[in-house]
Design a protein around this ligand. Structure first.
Ligand code: GDP
Length: 464
């Protein structure tokens, strides 16, 4: 395989409908990861080799494969979409739904709700984000295999199974599904079981399914296709060859490349020699693409260590961008290609978007990490109320560079990382041990603040 093995990756023909970007949201443990894995797994087994394209941070399932997976429910001749692009990072609520200024990164969303557990705080958080960004969505009422009333039906669409059930006395499954529909209505959405919904951009379809047995997944794919087709047409065709625009999902050090950004490109194209503007912790970073990297085909999906270089990527696609100066790039921030437009105008746009997603910070203070932009904002507010200064606030797990940043603080009380609902990356653990940096982590904000305040008092007492 040559070093550069492809001219353009994915996206659509110029002037056509581009691949819709699908985000999977929902409360922890309700089955987001399992659903994505099952869809990816059956796409791999249904499709010809290479039928699904692995992207950085996303999986593209082409129309033909969607159609094979959905059986009779999706006729490919009914659609002029290239397929569906699923964002792989289900934890990152706000990234996948938030592209500040002008709507959501994801075009459409799947909200996963455990049919036995019902609405939970992150379900409501997800719905609020979708409502705010005007993103159409469907609800996957997951884990029906664990609910009394489920009647496995040899892979037939759940609709058949379900209606059979509803002839008999009301089951737990019926009750739970209607509770979800009622809860959606309390949140301001008109919802119904999907086979009663006519227009999925206006009414929310609820698809009962099991991410484990796959029953109902054909139905989910059919609903997603119908919704996408309608929604993408409403959005009009995009020019997937114009200067690219995307959102940074993650900033990662990559051996041989230094700091890189994993990006979902939602508009236009990015090329290997483009000038780019990337949102950074201290403002826009202006640099040039050194390489565009895709995971090597057939490499384990979750192991992104082996890359191929590509010349160009067209929206919608996930891509790793290697470029100088990306150390301070920020997850959740915009990335823009400068090609024919005025560079200053692009920088201004990036600055304006950054202002919307950035937590204001001080010269000296603690480092804050949180799992979502929503919780980061809540953390920042709580800290501000307690007059605790913030040096840096970012979404994502605790990384080595957080330890490095925290260790530069002059005051002992500021050599601290406050982590809300985040993990510590493996290579950050040893750095934490060797540093003077203290990590406090909790999944309740006020407890986290109290723990930190207790620590500050302890230090102050010792210093008196
Ligand atoms: P996430 O936190 O939303 O990504 O949830 P996961 O996908 O990690 O799922 C949480 C747990 O629920 C795991 O133990 C899964 O195996 C289980 N699970 C997910 N979907 C289903 C399902 O459809 N049926 C059953 N029985 N278990 C499921």
């Amino acid at each position: 395989m040559s070093d550069t093995d492809s001219d353009a990756v994915d996206g659509a023909e110029p002037g056509g409908l581009r691949t819709p970007i699908v985000a999977v949201l929902g409360h922890v443990d309700h089955g987001k990861t399992t659903l994505l894995d099952t869809i990816r797994g059956s796409a791999v087994s249904e499709g010809e080799a290479g039928a699904i394209t692995q992207h950085i941070g996303a999986t593209a399932v082409p129309l033909d494969t969607v159609s094979e997976m959905a059986g009779d429910l999706v006729d490919p001749t009914d659609f002029d979409l290239p397929g569906l692009l699923f964002i792989d990072t289900p934890g990152h609520h706000s990234f996948t739904t938030l592209r500040s200024r002008g709507g959501a990164l994801a075009d459409i969303a799947v909200v996963v709700v455990d049919v036995n557990d019902g609405f939970q705080p992150q379900t409501i958080e997800a719905l609020e984000i979708l409502q705010r960004t005007g993103t159409p969505f469907v609800v996957a009422a997951n884990k029906i295999d664990t609910t009394p009333g489920w009647n496995p039906n040899d892979g037939l669409p759940i609709q058949t199974t379900y209606e059979k059930q509803s002839d008999s006395a009301t089951s737990r499954l019926d009750e739970n599904l209607y509770e979800i529909i009622g809860d959606l209505s309390d949140e301001g959405f008109s919802a119904d079981l999907y086979w009663r919904v006519q227009n999925f951009t206006k009414n929310v379809g609820v698809v009962p399914l099991s991410a484990i047995t796959s029953e109902g997944i054909p139905d989910l794919l059919a609903v997603l296709m119908g919704l996408s087709q309608r929604y993408m047409k409403e959005q009009m065709a995009v020019d997937v060859t114009g200067p690219g625009a995307g959102t940074v999902l993650e900033v990662k050090d990559e051996r041989g490349f230094g700091a890189t950004v994993d990006v979902v490109l939602y508009d236009g194209s990015i090329r290997a020699d483009d000038e780019i503007v990337v949102g950074g912790l201290d403002g826009p970073i202006i640099t040039e693409v050194r390489a565009l990297l895709q995971p090597r085909p057939n490499a384990e999906i979750r192991v992104e260590k082996r890359f191929d270089k590509v010349d160009e990527v067209r929206a919608a696609a996930g891509i790793k961008v290697a470029a100088p100066e990306l150390d301070d790039a920020m997850a959740g921030a915009p990335i823009r290609v400068v090609r024919d437009q005025n560079r200053e105008a692009v920088i201004d746009e990036v600055e304006a978007e950054l202002a919307e997603i950035q937590v204001s910070t001080e010269e000296e203070g603690v480092v804050v990490k949180a799992d979502t932009l929503g919780s980061l904002e809540a953390m920042a507010n709580a800290l501000r109320e307690s007059e605790i200064p913030i040096l840096r606030a970012e979404v994502g797990d605790v990384a080595p560079r957080d330890v490095a940043v925290a260790s530069t603080a002059n005051e002992e009380t500021h050599r601290v990382i406050l982590g809300f609902n985040v993990d510590v990356l493996q290579n950050a653990e040893s750095e934490l041990e060797e540093s003077e940096v203290r990590l406090f982590d909790d999944d309740v904000i006020y407890q986290l603040v109290e723990e930190y305040e207790g620590y500050v008092e302890e230090i102050e007492r010792a210093q008196q």
